[in-house]
Design a protein around this ligand. Structure first.
Ligand code: NAD
Length: 457
């Protein structure tokens, strides 16, 4: 018989693993299941399959306390638990951008015959409106006697901050259709609500849509501030002043107003595409979201153009130090990373790249999906320090806001410059103070700020 507050998690990726470890930390007994045997093998050996700040100690503690187990054994997990969280991927389909629900479907087909006794099935994956109903239909088609109640529980954690976001969320969102489901989920989340976390209940359809609305809004905010940064460059205004000027307005708020090389990662790009698809399919095109997608694509290309405007379109024979591949600091995730987009374009233009990222090491370069456009990945060289990355380099390009880069001793580093009079630092994260860089005699170019020597066109 399942004991209360024993939960299962299907999919131990970024969301599933964080959820499993955090629920165990909150006192629940958790069984994480994944179809990826390598991932489960690593977890069982005590090796983390991903890098996420603060996650490793939580996983280790959960396992040591006997509250967190991992396996590929779906039937055993279903036997042991009364609540099953589903956190498999929902990537964008290549042609339409619509969410690909094939992983969810395979979960439904695997679960259906196992649901002889009632279980709560909680979809944590980000899924289009109507997916919980679709999931329910897949289950019932496969096993008309399957016993279950659907719940929607979209996840709002940010990679890089995932553990603290899960344990101190702005809110927990639960889409339910019955009072029993509400009471059950109140109980599951009691360890958080007792500490003051706000738990919002809606119907399932609203919960599904809220997740996309939140990501659509945040992505739009980033696309907006990136366009403003480019406008600042053109007009001679300062993006930092602009952000302070608008971010202090309570109606706007300061979050997600940091300019960068373009939004990326495993959520904003695919979720904006899926939201666009949802709007179009509903006969209600979402012009703001569509605009944000276009603006972001243009912005990423503008970053490449900024580099080639400075160094030339033909980069054969040029060496660039690339600082960062992860889509943001605190994670090893490179999915849809603007850094990877820029790296691909620079390789295509013939450059040799000396790359440093503290967590996206060569072991993970297979995930970069550099594609056929890049014939010669021998021009992608791993550097094990910032100093090594600039050996014989013609420019430094800063793409991820890692602390390692923020704390660079520029006066010392500059001694290793090939040509100290010219070598520019092109910083798409605005990590350094232009005046300080100028006073060190460094040719410094950043986003939307007057630079030491020049501004971007
Ligand atoms: P991920 O790719 O890191 O992890 C998904 C895991 O599911 C993988 O380990 C995969 O092997 C496993 N899986 C796939 N099919 C399976 C099956 N049939 N049975 C068992 N395991 C299976 O994905 P992620 O980044 O954790 O995202 C998961 C979902 O959460 C997505 O819908 C995403 O949009 C959403 N989300 C992600 C984040 C984020 O920051 N990554 C934040 C909020 C929401």
């Amino acid at each position: 018989m399942p004991t209360e507050n024993r939960i299962g998690v299907i999919g131990t990726g970024y969301v599933g693993l964080v959820s499993a470890a955090c629920f165990a930390h909150l006192g629940l007994t958790v069984h994480g299941v994944d179809r990826d045997e390598v991932k489960i093998g690593l977890l069982n050996k005590g090796i983390m399959p991903i890098y996420e700040q603060d996650l490793a100690p939580l996983v280790a503690a959960g396992k040591q306390q006997g509250r967190l187990t991992f396996s590929t054994d779906l039937p055993r997990m279903v036997q042991e638990v009364d609540t099953i969280f589903i956190a498999v991927g929902t990537p964008a389909q290549e042609k339409t951008g619509a969410a690909d629900l094939s992983h969810l479907r395979s979960v439904a087909l695997g679960l259906a015959p196992l649901l002889q006794a009632h279980r709560y099935l909680v979809i944590k994956s980000t899924v289009p409106v109507g997916t919980s109903a679709q999931f329910s239909a897949w289950l019932s088609e496969r096993n008309p006697d399957a016993q279950f109640t659907m719940v929607s529980n979209p996840e709002f954690l940010r990679e890089g901050m995932a553990v603290s976001d899960f344990l101190q969320p702005d809110r927990v969102l639960l889409g339910v259709e019955t009072p029993e489901a509400r009471a059950h989920m109140e109980n599951v989340y009691a360890p958080l609500s007792e500490k003051g976390t706000r738990v919002l209940f809606t119907n399932i359809v609203s919960a599904e849509l809220i997740k996309y609305a939140a990501n659509g809004f945040l992505a739009t905010k980033i696309a907006f501030v990136n366009e403003m940064a480019s406008l600042c460059d053109t007009l001679g205004a300062n993006i930092e002043h602009l952000v302070a000027g608008i971010g202090t307005d309570k109606r706007i708020g300061p979050g997600y107003l940091q300019p960068g090389p373009g939004f990326g990662g495993s959520c904003f790009p695919k979720d904006t595409l899926a939201l666009q698809d949802m709007g179009r399919a509903a006969g209600m095109p979402l012009s703001i979201i569509e605009g944000a997608i276009v603006a972001n694509a243009r912005h990423k290309q503008r970053m490449v153009d900024n580099i080639t405007a400075l160094l030339g379109h033909d980069l054969r024979g040029k060496r660039l130090a690339i600082w960062g591949l992860a889509f943001k600091a605190g994670t090893d995730d490179t999915r849809e990373s603007a850094a990877v987009f820029i790296v691909k374009a620079l390789l295509k233009a013939g450059a040799t790249l000396q790359v440093i990222d503290p967590v996206v090491t060569t072991k993970k370069w297979d995930n970069l999906a550099l594609g056929e456009s890049v014939q010669d990945t021998a021009r992608l060289i791993s550097a094990d320090s910032c100093a090594a990355s600039i050996e014989n380099a013609d420019a430094i390009v800063v793409l991820t806001e890692w602390d390692l880069f923020k704390t660079v001793d520029w006066a010392a580093l500059k001694k290793g410059y090939k040509d100290s009079a010219f070598m520019p630092v092109i910083d798409f994260r605005n990590l350094y103070d232009p005046l300080t860089m100028g006073s060190l005699g460094i040719r410094y170019i950043s986003l939307g700020r007057p630079s030491s020597v020049e501004t971007l066109a």
